[in-house]
Design a protein around this ligand. Sequence first.
Ligand SMILES: C[S@@+](CC[C@H](N)C(=O)[O-])C[C@H]1O[C@@H](n2cnc3c(N)ncnc32)[C@H](O)[C@@H]1O
Length: 245
Amino acid sequence: MMKVAENNKKNKTLNPLQDWRNTIQCMDCLLGMDFIPNDSIDLILTDPPYGISRELNCKGKKLGSTAVLDFNFGEWDKFNQEWFEVAIKKTRGWMMTFCAKKDVGYFIDRLEKAGFIAVDVIVWQKPDPIPLNAKSRFLNAWEAIVVGKKPGALWNSNYEHNIIKVQAPKGASRVHPTQKPVELIKKLIQLTTNEGDLILDPFMGSGTTAVACLESSRDYIGFEISKEYCKLASDRLKAAQTPLL
Ligand SMILES: C[S@@+](CC[C@H](N)C(=O)[O-])C[C@H]1O[C@@H](n2cnc3c(N)ncnc32)[C@H](O)[C@@H]1O
């Protein structure tokens, strides 16, 4: 796909807003976003690598009905902020990113420096967090989502809490180690965009944002560097498109 994109750039034939609409491009988002025109996206909603991989002595242990414990997410989890500076230029509306708690201040600062209103930090509350190190510290029962907007960006609510409690994917529905719930992503999409609007997720993982867009009649463009996760995302999208008999 990278080659296709490079060739298209040379030939000036690629129209990413049409040709990549409702697709996940299996490529590095830093290369892909270079093709997306500035101010062409209504909402960027993404979940980048946080740099939270750890080798734990509990690795491999089973935990209730959830997957086997493994907090080494591999190469892709290397944290790097370069993507944010590129992505922020693409949105004319909203910018939302999951991030590690220690990086909340960094992203608020970058939003304000880019002329955005740093609206809030949303808490995604997980009702049954993994009881990791429960005898020596608090359980990790929430994740942060930093939210910024351009002045005048669309807001579809009159009353909305900034703490959203949703079950994390588990069992057979959990196919990616840091998969987010479709219900949570749908809520954020529906609050900040209208049907037909365009959403960019540079780090699609298993395609949660794409599934949420599909189920909310929004359009999307996604990037994902791992072939394995691109395949998973494509399978999930096919399943979401197939009506239940
Ligand atoms: C935190 S996960 C996203 C999980 C996703 N929210 C879900 O529900 O499945 C981050 C993803 O970014 C991908 N990634 C890492 N670096 C990337 C890059 N430079 N370009 C595109 N994708 C990248 C990883 O392969 C990983 O799947």
